[in-house]
Ligand binder design. Structure first.
Ligand code: AMP
Ligand code: GLY
Length: 424
């Protein structure tokens, strides 16, 4: 079978690594891929938003299964286009990817179907937002409706900060059309947990829990990033929390989407806050998290491609998902200056230390081959150094030891990934 993966980050590397293990895969392509993915896949220089080129390529090569890893093409309807060309594809159609594509939609859905989340209102203009904010309690959370590269959420402690946020999102349109609407939300406190789930439109199967560290600097200081590191499982995600979420959050969400005529097939990523009043949904994403995928996929015992096909074909009820009892930690090696500005093109040394290892991996995020065939840095997040261990403490120790095996100019990482584990 011929498989095409769309994307080129650490998440897609983890997906490619797992998919190529299936002996039915005779040829794997990745668009655009990166220097790490090139170990298993032929990387083709087509961007994830070049829909015409992607579908033409898939038809020409006779792709049997396409996997769309990233949010932008999913929200833009790439899966629909593949299907129109008769290509089976993994991921939600456009009408279901709206779960991530519009925060106003997802909040309304949760309200309508009784899925626990923070209280909110939706503002359709800056003046409406200002009226709501007069009555709000602080801190208050402002969210641009659409995709904003993970930067469209502002936590405002004072009315002055909120006013600045309204101007940024709705008047200056810092995030473009994503700011046509804005969700104004109650501020919640508690532990955050990420739970990725597989869905086939009716059935939902949660994967192992994970936790991300989104801020750039140690101690959760600095700017928000795509994620500086993750660990799995989260010790705070206890069996009773899991039981509550399966009943009141996961199945309800899939049923709600089906009832709305938007059956969701693919991965729903639940961003949860464990509040004193119980777990509540912070956000939905319509794809694997990055770098959550890098700690969840290595723990998966069930064959990833088989599960993905079952999601697409509506047969997920036939699959029992299994995960190892191991723990996994991923430390992101970034280019110093990320997420603002950073240099690229530095040679990366030490990658050979990961070849053929079963307990440590290096998932490439922003890398490429230069003209001499040397692997060089090519992005803000460069690599996800990942280790498995019997316990989280052991996995963390070995992930940090492995991170020392890699060298490149301007290498930057957080030193406290998984530190919350010690408090559990
Ligand atoms: P989101 O993109 O919706 O996940 O928001 C990014 C981050 O903002 C989350 O991971 C939380 O840390 C924080 N956040 C979002 N919504 C809330 C909320 N209602 N209360 C507290 N923190 C929030
Ligand atoms: N790591 C957070 C995300 O993928 O959205």
């Amino acid at each position: 079978m011929k498989v095409l993966i769309v994307g080129g980050g650490g998440r897609e590397h983890a997906i490619a690594w797992a998919v190529q293990k299936n002996p039915r895969v005779e040829k794997l392509y990745c668009a655009p891929g990166n220097a790490g993915i090139a170990e298993y896949a032929e990387c083709v220089p087509i961007g994830a938003m070049e829909f015409d080129k992607l579908t033409e390529f898939a038809v020409e090569k006779g792709i049997d299964f396409a996997i769309v890893g990233m949010d932008d093409p999913l929200v833009g309807g790439l899966v629909d286009l593949f299907e129109e060309k008769g290509i089976r594809a993994f991921g939600p159609r456009k009408n279901a990817a709206i779960l991530e594509g519009s925060k106003a939609f997802s909040k309304e859905l949760m309200e309508k179907y009784g899925i626990p989340t923070a209280a909110y209102v939706t503002a359709y203009s800056a003046s409406e937002a200002r009226e709501f904010l007069k009555k709000s309690r602080y801190p208050v959370v402002l969210k641009a409706d659409g995709l904003a590269l993970g930067k469209g959420v502002l936590i405002c402690s004072t009315p002055e900060e909120a006013e600045k946020g309204v101007v940024e999102i709705m008047e200056d349109k810092k995030f473009g059309a994503a700011g046509d609407k804005m969700v104004i939300e109650e501020f919640m406190t508690g532990r955050e947990v990420s739970v990725l789930t597989f869905c086939d439109g009716k059935t939902i199967r949660p994967m192992a829990s994970a936790q991300d560290h989104k801020r750039a600097k140690d101690g959760d200081e600095g700017l928000n990033t795509g994620g500086m590191g993750t660990f799995s499982p989260s010790p705070f995600y206890t069996p009773s929390v899991d039981e509550f979420c399966r009943k009141n959050i996961y199945q309800r969400t899939v049923d709600a989407m089906a009832a709305e005529g938007r059956p969701f097939k693919g991965v729903i990523f639940f961003g949860l806050m464990l509040t004193k009043d119980g777990p509540k949904v912070l956000e939905y994403n319509c794809r694997f998290g990055d770098p959550e995928a890098q700690v969840v996929i290595p723990r998966m015992k069930t064959d990833l491609l088989t599960v993905m096909e079952a999601c697409t074909d509506g047969r997920l009820d036939e699959i029992e998902l299994e995960f190892t009892d191991d723990a996994c930690v991923c430390v992101v090696l970034a280019s110093d200056g990320y997420p603002v500005s950073y240099k690229k093109g530095f040679p990366i040394e030490g990658l050979e230390n990961f070849k053929g290892k079963a307990d440590r991996f290096v998932f490439h995020a922003g890398t490429k081959f230069d003209e001499n065939g040397t692997v060089v840095t090519n992005g803000g997040r460069v690599l996800g150094v990942t280790a498995v261990g019997k316990t989280l403490v052991e996995a963390r120790r070995s992930a940090y030891a492995a991170a020392e095996l890699i060298h490149f100019d301007n290498k930057y990482m957080r030193h406290d990934i998984g530190k919350a584990i010690d408090e559990a």
